[in-house]
Design a protein around this ligand. Sequence first.
Ligand code: GLN
Length: 306
Amino acid sequence: MNQAQLQQVLEGLVADHRSAHHLGQVADYIPELGKGDPSLAGIAVWSPEGLVSAGDCRIPFTLQSISKIFTLMVVLRDRGEEEVFSRVGSEPTGDPFNSIVKLETAERRPLNPMINAGAIAVCGMLEGKTLEERFARVTDLLEEVLGRPVSIDENVYRSEKETGHRNRALAYFLKDTGVLDGDVEEVVDIYFRQCSILVTCEELARLGLFVANKGVTLDGRRLLPRRIVRLVSTFMVTCGMYNASGEFAINVGIPAKSGVAGGILAVVPERFGIGTFGPALDRKGNSIVGVRMLRDLSRQFELSIF
Ligand code: GLN
């Protein structure tokens, strides 16, 4: 299939599924996200042959939970697996992403780094003297991959900072159990900042290609050891779509990570990166339109890794 044919396929996916947004709702527990336009829909595929996209692919939105995979890569590189997995586990939960219920486990550490509690624990391991330096560990990696300076949506950041009490509660619990060192408010602040980083659907595909290539950029620079990116891709399969990860593995079968602003970053290992955008979410917090487009694309081209 050439790029022009792929373009037609992607246009078809957007046309077929855009209206499914009626079945879901934009996230409004972060008030600023509630202003999102649910009817937006886009999909982009970035392969070694280049970028092909359709629909609303150049509208910036916030990474939200998709940021968790990049922070995890940075921390695995800087701290090593042993330390990281002494503070956060590697098992799926079957609970919502912001659940507080299973924190009180025998080990008293978050079950995995893709749920909010685990991602906050990961933020607590970022290195640097100041908050800005620690946050820059994450933006530096994204900037290297995207080839442009990264910025945050100040309104979304402030909105979550003002209302993110559950995330704060998770963080204070982790402070109590010794998973988090340092200043809790600062760690949560970094978490809110990383969730507010702006990307487009096309850029999600580019980030996806970086994951597909196991840590090598478009222009052939290796930024991370292969093993780290493989490890993070594995978490995307087992926990990337939260408590819908099993269903997604059956229906789509590729590593993916979703965010509540409506983005999904998906990866066909060694082949290409896919970005989808559609702000209306299902009850588990995944983009309705995005999941449907990925399901059809995977079926049509037999992309499942299983
Ligand atoms: N910032 C969001 C939160 O912590 C991220 C969650 C998500 O994208 N699933 O609630």
